[in-house]
Write a protein that binds this ligand. Structure first.
Ligand SMILES: Nc1ncnc2c1ncn2[C@@H]1O[C@H](COP(=O)(O)OP(=O)(O)OP(=O)(O)O)[C@@H](O)[C@H]1O
Length: 498
């Protein structure tokens, strides 16, 4: 199905998120949509998928003008969208999600649905068990469920908003192969991303958005030179060099110390951990999805209680204490899922500062607003103090979450700190995290992106199949060696020499 938009415009108050866009996406192809955070990509996709209504302009599917009243209309017309944060029901199984979202009459019975799902999953090379509960799945598997749900509901156009965010390299490969198959069958794929390499690898065309407009006006065939696309996306900022600042050598005390700790989360158990996480360091946790990084982060945040052993925070034994006690001890946790676990989407930055006030039952609203204004200026957040957090772009949400960390924090735990962010926003986040490190904070982060691990860590800890390796100084590690360790090659020898 061909999608065409003409003079499409969407405003949010004073912000013109899509400004007179005119583009056409041909069927049977994969179309990349590139742009920095806040460029207007998600807005365009939500207009096409019926989640938003345009202020001006037209949307045509196969030449027919559409008046979409909601996502149901768009899907009935053949357009489905996979969101950055999957829109599934975690407590339901895969098959229950499929059944409750499908229009009436699509599946004859639960068994029929299960059979169709298994077939499609095998055909697309996915690894989804129809009887598993969504909350037990990885982000990558949840995305696979969403894609299959939309295809089974008849989508001829698949929109994917930052689909490789938070999934493993293997899942990304499976996704790309599936998308190529889907396009080869004549469907249209719109692939929204910040990652140039992915667009270069996968897409037949690219459309670059900047400040709500298409630059240059119209679609470009792929391949295009990377430098050219970067300059379209960011202007001069895109070609600036990395913000990595090496670490001065220091002899600092540990923020966290683990002594013979054993901890379990679901099926995964980390046994006999003995690690020190030193102040003034950035420590990257590398590993395949589900190798133990998240369990370790949650242990260090007080969200998981050890079965055995001691967790010392700034020298105090906090084994068995909960997250509140850890926060009071100066530990902050930045979850990957900013909107569900990190902040409250319906509340503004002012509301969040009000929630953090520690002065009894009275809220000093004026003070909260003042702090929100300061944070907006200092962290360059594109929002007002009263904009709901959910309305901010991913990069602005992440800046807001960082701005909420109190200045006296001693340890910051960041799960995928630049998840879904473009190059410029990622650099901004990293220069903030480095500033925190320079102030003596210990920053521990997990990322599926090996380049990010290599670029920003002072020390790297490899997690492999529930085992946590010793810290390796970044200077002693090459990208190739890291990739091998993540796959288990040489991991035993590394642990043995520690
Ligand atoms: N519901 C909303 N209310 C107010 N402003 C909004 C809303 N949705 C988007 N915006 C604003 O519109 C602009 C474009 O946002 P959009 O989410 O489309 O950008 P994006 O390119 O998808 O960014 P990202 O890559 O971070 O997801 C941003 O300035 C954003 O803050």
């Amino acid at each position: 199905m061909q999608i065409t938009v003409e003079h499409l415009t969407k405003r949010f108050g004073a912000v013109c998120a899509n400004d007179q866009l005119s583009i056409s996406f041909a069927s049977g192809q994969i179309h990349g949509v590139l742009g920095e955070n806040g460029a207007g990509k998600s807005t365009l996709m939500k207009l096409l998928a019926g989640y938003l209504r345009p202020d001006e302009g037209q949307i045509r599917f196969n030449g027919v003008v559409q008046r979409l009243r909601g996502p149901g209309d768009a899907l009935a017309a053949g357009v489905g969208m996979v969101h950055q944060e999957p829109l599934d029901i975690p407590a339901f199984t895969v098959i229950e999600n499929l059944l409750c979202a499908a229009p009436p009459g699509v599946f004859r019975s639960r068994r029929a649905a299960e059979m169709v799902l298994r077939e499609l999953s095998a055909q697309l090379g996915f690894t989804v068990d129809p009887t598993a509960r969504i909350e037990q799945l990885t982000v990558g598997q949840r995305q696979q469920v969403e894609i299959m749900r939309l295809l089974l509901c008849g989508a001829q156009v698949l929109i994917l908003d930052e689909p490789t965010t938070g999934i493993t390299a293997a899942q990304a490969r499976a996704l790309f192969a599936a998308l190529r198959q889907i396009a080869a069958e004549g469907r249209t794929v719109l692939f929204v991303s910040h990652k140039l390499e992915e667009v270069a690898e996968l897409c037949d065309t690219v459309t670059v958005l900047r400040n709500g407009r298409v630059v240059p006006p119209g679609q470009l065939p792929m391949p295009q030179p990377q430098e050219y696309l970067l300059s379209l996306m960011f202007g001069d900022a895109g070609t600036a060099s990395s913000v990595y600042r090496p670490l001065p050598t220091i002899d600092a005390p540990p923020v966290w110390e683990l002594k013979h700790v054993t901890v379990r989360s679901g099926m995964l158990q980390l046994v006999d951990l003995n690690h020190r996480f030193t102040a003034g360091r950035i420590i990257g946790l590398a590993g395949l999805d589900g190798s133990g990084q998240q369990v370790l982060l949650r242990l260090l945040a007080g969200q998981l209680v050890p079965e055995r052993g001691q967790v010392l925070v700034n020298g105090r034994d906090l084994s068995g204490a909960g997250p509140l006690v850890f926060r009071q001890a100066g530990i902050e946790y930045l979850p990957a899922d900013r909107l569900h676990d990190g902040m409250i989407g319906a509340l503004s930055l002012t509301d969040h500062f009000a929630l953090l006030q520690r002065n009894g039952v009275l809220i000093d609203r004026r003070r909260a607003e003042e702090l929100a204004r300061q944070a907006i200026a200092e962290y360059q957040i594109k929002a007002t103090p009263i904009t709901p957090i959910a309305a901010l772009s991913g990069g602005n949400q992440q800046r807001a979450m960082l701005a909420l960390i109190p200045p006296d924090a001693r340890g910051i735990l960041a799960e995928q700190p630049t998840r879904g962010l473009d190059v410029a926003s990622a650099r901004a986040i990293w220069s903030r995290l480095q500033a925190r490190r320079d102030d003596g904070c210990c920053v521990v982060f997990a990322s599926p992106d090996l380049d990010e691990i290599m670029e920003y860590s002072d020390e790297v800890i490899v997690c492999f199949a529930g085992r946590i390796g010793p810290p390796i100084p970044r200077a002693l590690l090459s990208a190739g060696r890291l990739a091998e360790l993540i796959g288990g090659v040489g991991f035993e020898a590394l642990v043995a020499t520690a």
